[in-house]
Design a protein around this ligand. Structure first.
Ligand code: GA4
Length: 334
């Protein structure tokens, strides 16, 4: 669906990337959750790309379309109304500015917790009586996607032959799990309108970064823009698919697997033809959790590549980082 809103900020000066070379890539690893080979395919994809696409995921289509239309309703509201849900410090409505350290992008967003009650408080002031519809769509979606994320983490543990099966998923299931959720709207970019993709200069929607958490589950509408880095400096464009989910390995999972799985560097470019709406669940551990390689993934004399740290310590240091920084660099053993 295309919907038009005014650019969130009329005085915005675009962030660009000089790297215009991106391969259109049809080889994104594909995992069918109902097939018996899914665990091996997940492990291979996490080792090679830190990224894969999930089909036959079991999340009801109705949950997805309901939340998407609630998101569109929200982003179509006048700026002054949306701002009632902001500023994002760290949770709430924001536009054009990402984090606290000067990153900008052609995007507006809602950053939320996965905790039902704090979200409903925030939306009462924005939606009044219809806050309930928004929150119920949000909660149904988050519960279903969290369940799928846990299933994927259990398949990972099986594929890695580590015990117990819930060694990773229990971190998301913990009542204290510090997971969060993001709705992003990338409005049509006026700067790119009427330009063919070959002549369009790259305008940054959301700058390159790796996700801090364990696992991220992304769903977007059928608008392109997402790119992943192959690590050799090249970027590949991920063909959009509104019926599937895309999974990112986060920094914490990279550490838990002692670097066997790679967190994937990714970014979103703005689009001059269609707006993009994405929703992302970031599955994180409790703040007090020690993030260190799982004993069962270590072979023989293998040593940890990282100094031990808690999720709280990682988050504290992430707060003062720029989006593109290598946040794990700080914890690497020399
Ligand atoms: C990237 C992944 C998630 O969107 C996010 C982002 C967070 C934010 O938007 O506030 C951060 C970014 C993300 C990593 C470094 C810091 C924090 C912006 C930023 C510059 C919600 C998250 O958890 O980390």
């Amino acid at each position: 669906m295309v919907f038009v809103t005014k650019p969130p900020n009329e005085n915005f000066s675009y962030a660009r990337t000089s790297n215009n070379v991106s391969k259109l890539f049809s080889g994104i690893p594909l995992v069918d959750l109902t097939k018996p080979d899914s665990k091996q395919l997940i492990v291979k994809a996490c080792e090679e790309y830190g990224f894969f696409k999930i089909i036959n995921h079991g999340v009801p289509t109705d949950f997805i379309t309901r939340l998407e239309s609630e998101a569109i309703k929200f982003f179509s509201m006048p700026l002054s109304e949306k701002e009632k849900a902001g500023p994002p410090n760290p949770l709430g409505y924001g536009n054009n500015h990402i984090g606290k350290n000067g990153d900008v992008g052609w995007v507006e967003y809602l950053l939320l917790t996965t905790n039902t009650e704090s979200n409903s408080q925030r939306f009462l002031s924005v939606f009044g009586n219809s806050a309930e519809e928004f929150c119920s769509a949000l909660n149904d979606y988050i519960s279903a996607v969290k369940k799928m994320a846990c299933e994927i983490l259990e398949l990972m543990a099986e594929g890695l032959k580590i015990q117990p099966r819930n060694v990773l998923s229990k971190l998301l299931m913990d009542e204290q799990s510090d997971s969060c959720f993001r709705l992003n709207h990338y409005p049509l970019c006026p700067e790119l309108q009427g330009l063919s993709s070959a002549s369009a200069r790259n305008v940054i929607g959301f700058g390159e970064h790796t996700d801090p958490q364990i696992i991220s589950v992304l769903r977007s509408n059928n608008t392109s823009g997402l790119q992943i880095s192959l690590g050799d400096g090249s970027w590949i464009s991920v063909p959009p698919d509104q019926n599937s989910f895309f999974i990112n390995v986060g920094d914490s999972l990279q550490v838990l697997t002692n670097g066997r799985f790679q967190s994937v560097r990714h970014r979103v470019l703005a689009n001059g033809l269609k707006s993009r709406v994405s929703m992302i669940y970031f599955g994180g551990p409790p703040l007090s959790e020690k993030i260190a390689p799982l004993q069962s993934v270590m072979n023989g004399e293998e040593e940890s590549l990282y100094e031990e740290f808690t999720w709280f310590e990682y988050k504290k240091s992430a707060c003062s980082s720029r989006l593109a920084d290598n946040r794990l660099g700080h914890f690497e053993r020399i």
